[in-house]
Design a protein around this ligand. Structure first.
Ligand code: HEC
Ligand code: HEC
Ligand code: HEC
Ligand code: HEC
Ligand code: HEC
Ligand code: HEC
Length: 269
C-alpha cells in the first residue's frame, strides 16, 4: 500500500506541476495543490467514502458519545446512491441538519435504522465510534473479496458490472421506483483542453447504474455536450466530477481512467 501511495501521489505530481504552470494566473494555486496532496496522503481513508459526522460535537460530548462514522462502502454494497441522495441526504458533508430526535422519529438514518431494514438506533456505539487516535481498519476485512483497480482501491464499477454486488434501488420491495432502474447507455466525449492529455470519456451507464439523472442534471452539469466549463483545477477543488471522485468514487489521481480517448488528428496539417 505504501508503494502504491508513492505511485499515486508521486507520479501525477509531475503532471500537476506541468499543469500548474499552465493554470491561469491564480496566485494560491500552489497552496491548493499542496494542501490536497498533503491531505490525501495523510487522511486517505483505507477505502473511499467514510464520512465523519461531528457538526453537533458539543452535544455529543455532553452525552458522552464519539463523533459518528458513516461508512459509504458498507451501505453502497446494499443500496445504490440514489436511494439516499438526495431524498434522504443532501450530497454534501455537513449539509444535513441531523439530530437524534429526528433519527428516532424515522428520518435520516432512521429511515432504515428502525428495526425493520436495519437495527434500531439504540446501539449508540455502532454509529458513534470515531476515534481520531485509533486506526479504523479492522472493519474493512469484508472488502477483501472485491476487485481492485491498478492503484489498489476497490473497483466499484467492475464489482457492479460483474454482479459481485447487487445494491438495491429502493428501501422496501413495495416502494415505487421513482428513478428508472435501467441505466442510460450514452458515452459523452469531453475534449481535454491540453494537447498532452487524452480526451475524457464520460460513461452514463455506470453513473446511472448508481445515480439518478437529477443527482447531476442540472445541478452539477447542464445536460448538453460541451456546455460546461469544466477544468481539472476545479475538479481537484471538489467541483464537477470532483463532487464525487476522490470522496466516494475513485480518486482523481487515477488520470487514465477518465482520460482514455486519444486526441483526434487535426485536419489542417
Ligand atoms: C445509506 C445512505 C447513503 C448511500 C447509499 C450513499 N450515501 Fe452518500 N452520503 C450519505 C450521508 C449520510 C452523507 C453525509 C451527509 C452529511 O454529512 O450531512 C453522504 C455524503 C456524500 C457526499 C458528500 C461528501 C463530502 O465530502 O462532501 C458525496 C459526494 C456522496 N455522499 C456520494 C455518494 C455516492 C456517489 C454514492 C453511491 C456510490 C452514495 N453517496 C451513497 C448517505 C449515503
Ligand atoms: C437506505 C437505508 C439506510 C440508511 C438511510 C442508513 N443505513 Fe446504516 N445500515 C443499513 C443497513 C441495511 C445496514 C446493515 C444492517 C445489518 O447488518 O443488519 C447498515 C449498517 C450500518 C452500520 C454498521 C457498519 C458495520 O461496520 O457493521 C453503521 C455504522 C451505519 N449503518 C450507520 C449509519 C448512519 C450513521 C446513517 C445515517 C447517517 C445510516 N447508517 C443510514 C441501512 C441504512
Ligand atoms: C444509526 C446511527 C446512529 C445511532 C445508532 C445513534 N446515533 Fe446519535 N447521531 C447520529 C448522527 C448521524 C448524528 C448527527 C451527526 C452530526 O451531524 O453532527 C447524531 C447526533 C447525536 C447527538 C448530537 C445531536 C443531538 O441530537 O443532540 C447526540 C447527543 C447523539 N447523537 C447521541 C446518541 C446516543 C446517546 C445514541 C444511543 C442511544 C445514539 N446517538 C445513537 C447517528 C446515530
Ligand atoms: C454523474 C453525473 C451524471 C448523471 C447521473 C447523468 N448525467 Fe447526463 N451528463 C453528464 C455529463 C458530465 C455530461 C456531459 C456534459 C458536457 O459535455 O459538458 C452529460 C450529458 C448529457 C446529455 C447531453 C448529451 C449530448 O450529446 O449533448 C444528455 C441528453 C444527458 N446527459 C442525459 C442524462 C439522463 C437522461 C440521465 C439519467 C438517466 C443522465 N444524463 C444522468 C453527467 C451526468
Ligand atoms: C454524483 C457523483 C459523480 C459525479 C459528479 C461523477 N462521477 Fe464518475 N463515477 C461515480 C461513481 C459512483 C462511479 C462508480 C465507480 C466508483 O465508485 O469508483 C463512477 C465511475 C466513473 C468512471 C469509471 C468507469 C469504469 O467503468 O471504470 C469514469 C470513467 C467516471 N466515473 C468519470 C467521470 C467524469 C469524467 C466525471 C465528470 C465529468 C464524473 N465521473 C462525475 C460518481 C460520479
Ligand atoms: C474523474 C475524471 C478525471 C480524472 C480522474 C482526471 N481528469 Fe483531467 N479532466 C477531466 C475532465 C472532465 C476535464 C475537462 C476537459 C476540458 O474541458 O479540458 C479534464 C481536463 C484536464 C486537463 C485539461 C486542462 C484543464 O485544466 O482543464 C488536463 C491537463 C488534465 N485534465 C490532467 C489530468 C491529470 C494529470 C490527471 C491525473 C492526475 C487527471 N486529469 C485526472 C476529468 C478527469
Amino acid at each position: 500500500m505504501v508503494r502504491k501511495l508513492g505511485v499515486l501521489v508521486g507520479g501525477p505530481l509531475f503532471l500537476l506541476i506541468v499543469l500548474i504552470s499552465f493554470a491561469p494566473g491564480e496566485e494560491d494555486i500552489w497552496d491548493v495543490y499542496y494542501n490536497i496532496l498533503k491531505a490525501k496522503k495523510a487522511d486517505l481513508p483505507p477505502e473511499y467514502g467514510d464520512i465523519i459526522m461531528k457538526s453537533k460535537i458539543e452535544s455529543m460530548k455532553k452525552a458522552g458519545v464519539q463523533p459518528v462514522i458513516f461508512p459509504h462502502w458498507f451501505h453502497r454494497i446494499r443500496f445504490k446512491c440514489k436511494v439516499c441522495h438526495e431524498d434522504i441526504f443532501i450530497m454534501k458533508k455537513g449539509a444535513n441538519d441531523i439530530n437524534m430526535k429526528k433519527i428516532m422519529e424515522g428520518q435520516f438514518c432512521g429511515k432504515c435504522h428502525n428495526g425493520v431494514i436495519a437495527w434500531e438506533p439504540i446501539y449508540c456505539d455502532r454509529c458513534h465510534r470515531y476515534d481520531s487516535k485509533k486506526a479504523q481498519r479492522e472493519q474493512y476485512e469484508a472488502l477483501k473479496i472485491l476487485p481492485r483497480d491498478k492503484l489498489g482501491f476497490i473497483d466499484w464499477a467492475k464489482a457492479a458490472k460483474e454482479g459481485l454486488i447487487k445494491p438495491k434501488g429502493k428501501i422496501y420491495p413495495t416502494d415505487q421506483e421513482a428513478i428508472p432502474e435501467q441505466p442510460f447507455d450514452l458515452d459523452v466525449v469531453i475534449v481535454a483542453k491540453a494537447d498532452f492529455m487524452k480526451d475524457v470519456v464520460f460513461p452514463h451507464w455506470i453513473h446511472t447504474f448508481w445515480l439518478g439523472c437529477a443527482n447531476c442534471h442540472p445541478k452539477i452539469f447542464i445536460p448538453s455536450a460541451g456546455a460546461n466549463p469544466i477544468s481539472m483545477v476545479e475538479i481537484w477543488q471538489g467541483k464537477w466530477c470532483g463532487r464525487c471522485h476522490g470522496k466516494v468514487a475513485f480518486p482523481t489521481f487515477d488520470c487514465t481512467r477518465c482520460h482514455v480517448k486519444p486526441k483526434e488528428k487535426k485536419k489542417e496539417n
